[in-house]
Design a protein around this ligand. Structure first.
Ligand code: G3I
Length: 316
């Protein structure tokens, strides 16, 4: 079958997948084979999160993340880094900190240590993930960082990342922000303010955890992505998956899933997006496994969504 990687390369599009080092296993040869044949970029699904790299305050544990990065570099794949500062997947020691100064220092040390370690190998980072809440008015989300440091934790995280690797592209990343809506308005104001303050931010990631009812046109994804492009920022779809709705005939759902993938990629290409990343490779290993949201099924066979992306990526 056609290689999505070759088609994406020809367009200069970063086409990636979230990976789990547990599946780099001789007993799972189809995993590495599929990843290498169809994707020119990878992101660690969990291995680069704070709890993954820095569970022990005194020492980083880079082993699993290094394995992912080394394999990607060997295979000529670009690596997205995910994620430096997030309210989730934090180790217990972070919650024991009680002063602004100590947490600010700890956050800066974490960002500096991780970005420095991967400098030259990880080309872009989700510096701050999901800092905007879903509550009415979309204020910043409660987290140790907001509550103890204050809203400037975001600027400070980006400044520390930029100082550690001035060549890395630095992203703000969030979900339910794909279309024009109150939450994407809040993200827009957040990053616009950062640019005004001279904070080193280069892009915005739109996670795109969707389901088959999502209407890419109706949600006005293009207009939304375009307004961020008009700020001079790169945009990427960073965690794409499209869940099937339960209790509906399978063939229709797979066709709707393919259409959502197609519409989203078409829209992404239309604004010259920098990347399109699916949140996993095969349905069985997805965080939403029951929803079969990816482009390869449980036995790594390409689904209708694969064909739709191949068609969309094909040369005009
Ligand atoms: O590794 C431990 C294992 O040792 C333990 O036995 C097991 C018991 O629960 O947990 C394992 O860790 C789990 C980890 O996934 C690896 O499977 C965590 O509990 C679980 O919380 C973690 O879930 C991840 C989640 O983020 C939280 O970090 C999902 O795999 C991952 O897909 C999901 O990804 C997020 C993005 O980072 C941000 N955007 C939303 C997206 C989906 O929620």
């Amino acid at each position: 079958a056609v290689s999505l990687r070759a088609l994406a390369d020809a367009r200069g599009l970063l086409f990636g997948a979230a990976v789990n080092h547990t599946l780099f296993d001789p007993n799972e040869p189809d995993y590495a084979r599929t990843l290498n044949r169809h994707f020119n970029a990878v992101v660690a699904e969990n291995a680069m999160k704070w709890a993954g790299l820095h569970n022990n305050r005194e020492a980083f544990a880079f082993g699993f993340a290094d394995a992912i990065v080394d394999t990607a570099v060997k295979n000529g794949q670009t690596v997205r880094g995910h994620t430096l500062v997030w309210h989730d997947s934090l180790p217990p020691w972070v919650y024991t900190i009680q002063t602004r100064e100590e947490l600010l220092r700890a956050m800066q040390d974490h960002v500096t240590g991780v970005v420095t370690h991967f400098r030259g190998r990880v080309r872009m980072w989700d510096v701050v993930n999901e800092a905007v809440s879903d509550a009415p008015g979309h204020p910043l989300r409660s987290s140790p960082f907001l509550n103890l440091i204050g809203p400037d934790f975001i600027d400070e995280a980006f400044r520390a990342a930029h100082a550690a690797d001035p060549d890395a592209k630095l992203y703000y990343n969030d979900y339910n922000t794909d279309g024009l809506n109150g939450k994407s308005d809040a993200v827009y104001e957040l990053v616009r303010g950062m640019l005004v303050r001279g904070v080193p931010i280069h892009g915005v990631g739109f996670q795109a955890h969707l389901n088959t009812d999502f209407d890419v046109r109706g949600a006005q994804v293009q207009a939304n992505l375009q307004r961020f492009r008009d700020l001079g920022l790169d945009v990427q779809m960073t965690e794409v998956d499209v869940q099937l709705r339960p209790g509906r005939p399978e063939a229709g759902e797979l066709a709707r899933q393919a259409a959502v993938y197609r519409d989203l990629l078409r829209t992404c290409l239309s604004v010259k997006c920098a990347g399109f990343v699916t949140w996993g490779v095969t349905d069985f290993n997805s965080w939403r496994a029951g929803g079969r949201p990816l482009i390869f099924d449980d036995v790594y066979d390409p689904k209708p969504a694969f064909a739709a992306l191949a068609q969309e990526l094909a040369p005009p």
